[in-house]
Every structure is written in structure tokens, then in C-alpha cells.
Design a protein around this ligand. Structure first.
Ligand SMILES: [Zn+2]
Length: 451
């Protein structure tokens, strides 16, 4: 018999929490085999908001929970069973297109042809017709904010809310996660104020229902991020998911996308997520990442609030005061791109551009060694167009240092002994300047070996 994830009727819980002073949670009890220890468990899954959003939480549908757990079910081969109905259009699109297509084209990746079992309903849910987008404070978010905010060409599509959610975490240490969430949420609120928008914070525990180190959670994340909009179906009727990639990268087989994640087919995923009262758009898919960067380069809130760093909280104390560590691959890629179109100065308040300029030759070589082919190609073409020279020394760094390191990392990726040596001699700090989230995976592996 095929395994099943069972979702109870959604319900609301109110009270204090360590996230918001007054909080409200949209909850459902989930019964499933825990993918991390294979034990059958019943656990509460929740989306937590500030209390003022209580009247907008949707308890009459299972949509949020089905979408939030969908990628876990696809990865582990669980059917999803629910008691409260899901939106009929959603049920049709997921069952007829999304699940069959994903499982067909990802044979080498663990995506199973699962079933959705439960009632569906086509009655429209009344809502406040607000327009929201997920906001991490990164390049893609600012592109969506500018394009659909002050530059929006129609009234009904004009952005009203920024959503910051904990979905898509790379971490599994709860204390660090809640503290990261609270700090970033405060930053997003300031950013939203400068963009004349409202903020919605959502802390959820979806990660507890995913296999660590979150392969599916972070590869097929559009449904988990979008699930927050389903939780607030009585408020939102348009939701922009900021595209990570351009439409030219579209491919359903993730083994053929040069390391890109499922956002390469966001246009398809988001089409499957549309319901009778909620429309999704892939904002930014019409241009490349470097074109998005150029579009926002003079936007004042971006200059003040850009947050792209993936590892700031893993950095040593001396770099934590910066908004972005200015050392990790995301930071280096962004600074190199801005350098390539002559606007590096726009980043001076959010990144250490002086350090970048001082070590420019090395860092550009590093960026070329770390990034996907398409990003490096776009950066080089843009530099050429703007008469900005890539130092020849950057290629020497690339060929003689960063590419061999990349190769060695690939070879020893799964060797516990190599990792032990790597961390014992602080080679991560010496090579990159920070200790990444992979250290947690290493610690988990060592622990499970000792047992
Ligand atoms: Zn960084």
C-alpha cells in the first residue's frame, strides 16, 4: 500500500509566541512517516502571523497545507489525503499537469507520481483583493517591487504587501532560525515602509516535514513559498513569485539545467497554482538576472536595504555588522555584475565594495569559478558592452586556483575524513572567509555515525 500524508481540518490557534508578541496560527495536524527517522508521527503544521491577520486566514480549505507539503510528498512518494476541500482548479491542475509532468521528466530525481485524495470545491472565496509578493530583500524581490509597485501599468496589479516567510530555510537549528527570521523580518518591515507597502511576516514549520538537508524543500520551493498566499486567501488575490531565472532556461529535467533549481519552470508551476480567487505570476522571467540588476541599480530603497547574503549569520563576528557578508558566492556575483555595468557604487551602503575593489582580480576569478555558465556569460557580455575590462589575472585565478578547488571539492564531497580535515584546519574560513550551512550536515553525519 502506498504511504500517505494525512491532513486534518485546518484550525486557528491564538496566543503569545517567541516570534510575534500577539500571534495567530493557521494549523492542521499532519500524520505521516517522518522522512528523517521513518517513524509514523502526528505533528502540528502551522503558519504563524501577527494577530491582525486572523480574519484573513482560510480554514475552509486545505490548499495551504497541500501546497506546503506537496514537494515532500513528491520526494518521498506519499499520497496526500485531506478532509477540508481544496480549490477545484488547483486540484485539476495539480492532478492533470503538475504531478504527472514533474514525475515524468525527473526520473533521475526523486519525484513520484502521487495522488491527491479528498474533496474539492469551486466556490470563490471573498477576499480583499490585495496584491502581494514574497520578499527576501534580494535582487529579484526589488525587481518585482519596482516593476509592480511604482512602475506598475495597471491599478489592479499594483503591489500592496510584502510577504516575508521562513519557508525555504537551509537551517535545521530552530533557535538560529527563529532569530534569523526575527532579524530579517525587522529589516523587511523597514524596507516595506520605504517602498510604501505593508508587511506580512509568516513563520512556519514546514521544514519539519521535509527530509534534511532539504533537497526537495529547496529545489521545488515555489509551492512552499506560494502556500503562504493560500493561507491568506481571504486577503490576497494576486501573488508575484519573483523569478530566479529567465524564460530561456525552461526545462523540466533538473539534471539538464546546469544546477538551476525548479524556478526554471516557474511559469508552469505558477499556472498550476492559480485558483478561482488567486492568480500567480512569475515576475522577472522576461529578463535575465543581470538585466534585473540594471533595472533596479538606481532604486533608492534597493541601495539602502539590499539583502542577498546567504551566509551572514554563519560569518565570524567581525563581518556580522554588514548587511551582506561581501564574501559568499551570492555577494561576489552581485558585486561583479554591478561592476560589469559600472554601478558598483550603488552597493556602497550594503556591501564592502572597498574590499571588493582591493581584491578585484581575485574575486572576479572566484565569481567565474563559482557561478553557473549563464551568469558568467551574461556578466562578461555586459562588461564588454560597457567597455569594462575583466583583468587577465582573474582568468589566471580561475584556471589555476578556483577551478582546481571546485574539482577537489566535488571529488571529496562525500568523504567524511576529508571533511574532518577540512574543518579541523579551518580551510573553509581560509578559502571563503566563513563557515557555511554544510557544517551542520557534517555534524549530523558524525553524530549518526557514532550511534
Ligand atoms: Zn554574502
Amino acid at each position: 500500500m502506498q504511504k500517505t500524508i494525512k491532513i486534518s481540518k485546518p484550525y486557528i490557534e491564538e496566543g503569545k509566541s517567541n516570534i510575534f508578541e500577539k500571534s495567530v496560527k493557521l494549523c492542521a495536524d499532519i500524520t505521516m512517516e517522518n522522512p528523517n527517522n521513518n517513524k509514523l508521527e502526528t505533528k502540528k503544521c502551522y503558519y504563524e502571523f501577527e494577530e491582525k491577520y486572523k480574519e484573513y486566514l482560510c480554514v475552509t480549505r486545505s490548499d495551504a497545507f497541500v501546497m506546503g507539503l506537496l514537494s515532500s510528498a513528491l520526494e518521498t512518494g506519499n499520497n496526500i489525503e485531506f478532509i477540508a476541500p481544496i480549490s477545484e482548479r488547483l486540484y485539476y491542475q495539480l492532478t492533470t499537469y503538475y504531478i504527472p509532468i514533474l514525475s515524468k521528466y525527473n526520473a533521475t530525481y526523486p519525484v513520484y507520481p502521487i495522488k491527491l485524495i479528498g474533496p474539492h470545491n469551486n466556490k470563490e472565496i471573498q477576499n480583499e483583493k490585495k496584491v502581494a509578493t514574497g520578499c527576501s530583500g534580494g535582487i529579484d524581490s526589488f525587481y518585482t517591487i519596482l516593476k509592480n509597485g511604482q512602475n506598475c501599468i495597471t491599478k489592479e496589479h499594483k503591489l500592496t504587501h510584502l510577504v516575508y516567510s521562513s519557508s525555504g530555510t537551509l537551517d535545521n537549528v530552530e533557535q538560529r532560525m527563529t532569530s534569523t527570521f526575527k532579524n530579517t523580518y525587522e529589516e523587511v518591515k523597514k524596507l516595506a515602509t520605504d517602498c510604501h507597502l505593508d508587511t506580512i511576516g509568516c513563520y512556519n514549520n514546514l521544514f519539519e516535514f521535509y527530509k534534511f538537508p532539504y533537497k526537495a524543500f529547496n529545489m521545488f520551493y515555489t509551492t512552499t513559498f506560494g502556500s503562504v498566499a493560500f493561507a491568506l486567501q481571504k486577503l490576497i488575490n494576486i501573488y508575484y513569485a519573483s523569478a530566479g531565472e529567465t524564460i530561456e532556461s525552461i526545462n523540466f529535467d533538473l539534471t539538464k539545467t546546469d544546477g538551476h533549481d525548479s524556478s526554471v519552470f516557474d511559469i508552469f508551476t505558477l499556472f498550476c497554482m492559480n485558483t478561482e480567487n488567486l492568480s500567480f505570476y512569475s515576475s522577472g522571467m522576461e529578463c535575465s538576472r543581470i538585466e534585473r540588476e540594471e533595472y533596479i541599480a538606481d532604486y533608492l530603497p534597493m541601495k539602502k536595504h539590499l539583502m542577498i547574503c546567504g551566509v551572514k549569520y554563519f560569518c565570524k563576528e567581525e563581518r556580522k555588522h554588514l548587511k551582506n557578508c561581501s564574501l559568499c558566492s551570492k555577494c561576489l556575483r552581485t558585486m561583479t555584475d554591478f561592476y560589469a555595468f559600472g554601478k558598483l557604487d550603488s552597493l556602497k551602503d550594503v556591501m564592502d565594495i572597498n574590499n571588493f575593489l582591493k581584491h578585484k582580480t581575485k574575486y572576479i576569478g572566484k565569481m567565474m569559478g563559482q557561478q553557473k555558465i549563464s551568469y558568467v556569460r551574461d556578466m562578461k557580455e555586459t562588461a564588454k558592452k560597457n567597455n569594462i575590462k575583466i583583468p587577465f589575472g582573474s582568468y589566471i585565478y580561475l584556471w589555476c586556483w578556483y577551478l582546481p578547488i571546485k574539482k577537489l571539492r566535488k571529488i571529496f564531497k562525500n568523504s567524511l575524513l576529508a571533511r574532518k580535515i577540512y574543518y579541523k584546519f579551518d580551510l573553509d574560513y581560509k578559502l571563503d572567509g566563513y563557515r557555511g550551512e554544510k557544517f551542520e550536515v557534517y555534524k549530523d553525519k558524525v553524530k549518526s555515525k557514532r550511534k
